[in-house]
Structures are given as structure tokens and as C-alpha cells.
Design a protein around this ligand. Structure first.
Ligand SMILES: Cc1cc2nc3c(=O)[nH]c(=O)nc-3n(C[C@H](O)[C@H](O)[C@H](O)COP(=O)(O)OP(=O)(O)OC[C@H]3O[C@@H](n4cnc5c(N)ncnc54)[C@H](O)[C@@H]3O)c2cc1C
Length: 482
């Protein structure tokens, strides 16, 4: 075996790629694998985003790996702490040494004759080719080079600075200045209280509201358990506690949305100034968890509103002006800095062109299998985490399932596995079944999911845990050959 043929080629050295490598090397110490990473650093999302206050919006006991306890006091953690966690996981297991940086994978071609992938990457202006038995993409779900900004009239007239959170300028000084943050998602609700600490005033300008709930940044139960039981024992207990809490909240939101709405509203009433217009600014038209709910640690957004350092305006932009924004209601917002927290551009499999014997795979005509492989595409695995729970819960299960597959194939001398759908009547639905605008915009570029197992995209961790960790690999759809 030459250095450029590998058993497993992982693409992406973010949270998922490092986790995948850890599982593979733990289960098969003798196996050859490498990670190809387009950037010059480990960490993915947690290295790319540098805006003020960047943090997780789920708890780190479930966003952390199953195999490595999160030991920090804060459960809702700051971006740099998460980055350090991913990097130290990689360094401790020597995964950083197996990562080839500056390698952007552009194409992967499966050869039926050779039973291997030929993977092409760009590296320092040159093209590099490797072959691998398995291709395992951990490329996240969005474009790194460009965040999403809708078209706004008059941006060239504006005399201040326009900033996108995905490309935060290191030299941006907003102390004492008037800031408008456009958006209502996780990034906007993180930025607003964080910038409000130094800015003159921060206005969050939203077209429509989002459900926002407050959680303690430090989980008292998790920290007490850690003190009494130590990290190793306390971590899985807290992880299960948090899985149970988020599953129950999600299920309750689906079944009794009215109850969840009123609980959220009562909590907001307690944290906002008396008489605050909750209907306009905090009451979405959809039900809780039809789109991802935003979490604010220790109610920081509500606190900034109470203090008067931040405010929310629910309106639509007519145009940018020299001094700020003119809104459809006729109101004007003055600004020195405008932050467009308007979202991401989704991208499937890091933009890699997948081919089977030279023929490109049309992703929109392909079915995802168990939300982690593709129908008709051999020896290929991908990681896309949950939208209603922490990403890593799914990423860990995908890696465990992949290791089970590999072990079984080794045992039986099989070299190829491929999920096949024999049922032409199987109805399909979008892989990412989520109403959010940024998801809807890009669905056509993603594979689809089926209406029933094993082609369904599971959004329940407990269900996936049973299926991916314990159920037989022979489910009728997965075909093995030697
Ligand atoms: C600001 C922000 C906050 C988030 N907060 C949370 C949260 O609190 N909880 C949660 O569950 N989820 C959250 N998410 C979702 C988040 O992306 C995941 O939790 C997780 O970080 C994804 O890890 P990943 O490794 O799968 O992907 P990424 O972090 O996106 O890493 C992908 C890696 O693959 C590399 N790559 C991509 N394409 C190629 C290619 N063609 N060739 C080579 N390398 C390539 C990239 O350079 C990158 O390093 C957040 C997302 C964002 C943007």
C-alpha cells in the first residue's frame, strides 16, 4: 500500500471530522486513514466564526463527543473554548498529524472495477490525487467562502460599515457606536447582547420574530455531579439528562405547541420590562421547534433590553440610506455599523463532485440512507447532524455505525457496501425537513430522504441510537459484496 492509498479518507477537520478520525483509529488502530482539510487549521465552524460573543447554542455535554467529557463549568460554551476542545481532542490522539491541511477536495470518483475512490484535491495551486477504499465526508453544511446576504437596496449609499458575521473584521471598533444587527437567528441573538456591552446602542432588526428561551450558562446539576462523581461518571449522566430534556421539549412542542408557547411567554414576561410588546417582537407565526429555537444563556438578550443598551425592531428594510436604514413602516434607524446576520449559504458535501465510474451523481435524484449514506453510492458516508438537537449526537452515531460496517466487512472479507432502494413507489421528502429560509433556498442541491426507514432522516437521537448502534446491519437495503 503506497502512502497515497488509504483505507479511509475523511474530508474535513471540524468537530465531525476529528470525531470520525477518533472513532476509526480507536476501533482499527492498524488502519490507514487521513483527513483532507481545505483550511490551514482544525476546528471548522469554531475556527471560522470570530464574531463577538460566538458561543454554542446547545449544551456542551451533547455537543461534546461521547468519548471525551466536557469538563468546563459552562455548558453553553464560548467559541474559543469549543475550538480548544476540538483541537486538544485531535492533538491528544495524534489526529492532527494525520491531517493534511490546505487540501480542498473537488472531486471523488468511484471505480467499480478497482473498488476504490479516486479523490482529487487542490493543494497550493496544484492538483493532488489519492485513492481510498472508503470516503467519509465531514464537510459541514454550508459554504465557507461566503455567508448569505439578501439583496438590499442602497447599500452603496451607506456611509458606515457593513459587516457579515462570517467575515468579522479584526479591526472593527464599535465602542460607543450605533449598531444595527439585521437578523433574528442564533447569530443575531448572540451578537446583540455581546456588542451591547461596548456599543452606544444595538438594535436587532428582524423581519419576523423567533422563539427565544433562556437557559443557565452553567448547569448547576452538571457541575454538582462533576464535583461528587468526577468527570468520567458525571458526563454520561448529564449527557442523558440533557438528551431527555431536549427530546421532551421537542416532543412537547410538536404535540402541545400551545402549552410550550405559554411557558415561553411567561418566562419572557418575567425577564422583559413591564408592558414590553412580546406579541410583536417575540411571538413567531409558526409553532415552537418548527424552526430551530434560539437559546440565550442567563437571559443575556433580555437583560440588555432591560438595561436599554439593546432594543428590537420588527419591520422590513426599504433601503439603506447614507445614515442607516429606511424601513417599510416609514421609520428610520441611524447606524454607524450594520451587521448582516442573515445566514449561511448551504452546500452539500463541501461542493465535492461525486462520480460513479466517471458519471456525476445528481444529488437531488439520490436518496439518503439513514441520513448518513447515499443510495447507489458505494463505500460513502457523510455526517449531517440534527437540526433539533446537538450536531455531535448524530456525528458520533454515524462514526460508530461506520466502524460496525467496517468490522463486519473485514470479518466476512467484503469490500463493497452500498444501500439500494428497490421500491419505486417510495415517496421522498427534503433531507433537511426544516422551514428556515436558508434551508428552503438550497434544498435542490441536497439528496432527498424517503418517507420510511431506512431512507428516512431520523431526527430522534434515541431512535437513531437504537438503529445505528444496535440494529442489524442487514436490513434488506444494504448490499455487501466482495
Ligand atoms: C455560528 C454557528 C454556531 C453553531 N452552533 C451550534 C450549536 O451550538 N450546536 C449545534 O448542534 N450545532 C451548531 N452549529 C452547527 C455546527 O456547524 C455544528 O455543530 C458543527 O460545528 C459542525 O461540525 P462539522 O465538523 O460537521 O462541520 P464544520 O464545522 O463546518 O467543519 C467542516 C470542515 O470541513 C472542511 N471542508 C469543507 N469542504 C471541504 C472540501 N471540499 N475539502 C476539504 N475540506 C473541506 C471545512 O474547511 C471545515 O474545516 C453551529 C453552526 C454555526 C455556523
Amino acid at each position: 500500500m503506497t502512502a497515497d492509498h488509504l483505507d479511509v479518507l475523511i474530508v474535513g477537520a471540524g468537530l465531525s471530522g476529528i470525531g470520525a478520525a477518533h472513532h476509526v483509529q480507536d476501533a482499527f488502530p492498524g488502519r490507514s486513514y487521513a483527513i483532507l482539510e481545505a483550511r490551514e487549521a482544525i476546528g471548522g465552524t469554531w475556527d471560522l466564526f470570530r464574531y463577538p460573543g460566538i458561543r454554542s447554542d446547545s449544551d456542551m455535554q451533547t455537543l461534546g463527543y461521547r468519548f471525551r467529557p466536557w469538563t468546563d463549568e459552562k455548558s453553553i460554551a464560548d467559541g474559543p473554548a469549543i475550538l480548544e476542545y476540538v483541537r486538544s481532542t485531535a492533538a491528544a490522539a495524534g489526529i492532527d498529524k494525520r491531517t493534511r491541511f490546505g487540501h480542498r477536495v473537488i472531486r471523488a470518483d468511484w471505480s467499480s472495477a478497482d473498488r476504490r475512490w479516486t479523490v482529487t484535491a487542490e493543494h497550493g495551486g496544484e492538483t493532488v490525487t489519492l485513492t481510498a477504499r472508503f470516503l467519509y465526508t465531514c464537510t459541514g453544511y454550508y459554504r465557507y467562502d461566503e455567508g448569505y446576504t439578501p439583496h438590499f437596496e442602497g447599500t452603496d449609499r451607506f456611509h458606515g460599515r457593513i459587516v457579515h458575521p462570517q467575515h468579522w473584521p479584526e479591526d472593527l471598533d464599535y465602542a460607543g457606536k450605533k449598531v444595527v444587527v439585521i437578523g433574528s437567528g442564533a447569530t443575531a441573538v448572540t451578537l446583540v447582547p455581546s456588542m451591547a456591552a461596548d456599543a452606544g446602542h444595538v438594535t436587532m432588526l428582524q423581519r419576523s420574530p423567533t422563539y427565544i428561551a433562556s437557559l443557565p450558562a452553567k448547569d448547576p446539576i452538571a457541575n454538582s455531579l462533576r464535583r461528587v462523581l468526577g468527570n468520567r461518571l458525571a458526563y454520561p449522566i448529564t449527557r442523558w439528562k440533557n438528551v431527555a430534556f431536549s427530546t421532551a421539549t421537542y416532543q412537547l412542542s410538536q404535540r402541545l405547541p400551545g402549552l410550550v408557547k405559554s411557558v415561553l411567554r411567561r418566562a419572557q414576561e418575567r425577564q422583559l420590562p413591564a408592558g414590553y410588546d412580546i406579541d410583536t417582537h417575540f411571538t413567531p407565526r409558526y409553532n415552537p421547534w418548527d424552526q430551530r429555537m434560539c437559546l440565550v444563556p442567563d437571559g443575556d438578550l433580555f437583560r440588555a433590553i432591560r438595561r436599554g443598551t439593546a432594543s428590537i425592531v420588527t419591520d422590513r428594510i426599504e433601503t439603506f440610506t447614507e445614515r442607516g436604514l429606511a424601513l417599510e413602516s416609514g421609520a428610520e434607524l441611524d447606524a454607524d455599523v450594520i451587521v448582516t446576520a442573515t445566514g449561511l449559504n448551504l452546500l452539500a458535501f463541501g461542493g465535492i463532485e461525486l462520480c460513479l465510474d466517471g458519471t456525476p451523481v445528481s444529488l437531488r435524484d439520490t436518496l439518503a440512507y439513514k441520513g448518513m449514506m447515499l443510495g447507489g453510492v458505494p463505500n460513502f458516508v457523510f455526517t449531517i447532524g440534527y437540526t433539533n438537537a446537538s450536531w455531535t449526537l448524530k456525528a458520533d452515531l454515524v462514526a460508530e455505525y461506520f466502524c460496525r460496517l467496517l468490522a463486519r466487512m473485514d470479518e466476512r472479507g467484503e469490500s463493497v457496501c452500498v444501500p439500494v432502494n428497490d421500491d419505486p413507489t417510495l415517496t421522498t421528502r427534503p433531507l433537511l425537513d426544516f422551514d428556515a429560509g436558508y434551508v428552503q433556498r438550497s434544498l435542490d442541491a441536497f439528496p432527498r430522504a424517503g418517507a420510511r426507514a431506512p431512507w428516512q432522516l431520523g431526527m430522534s437521537y434515541v431512535h437513531d441510537l437504537v438503529t445505528l448502534r444496535h440494529r442489524s446491519l442487514d436490513d434488506g437495503a444494504m448490499r455487501f459484496s466482495s
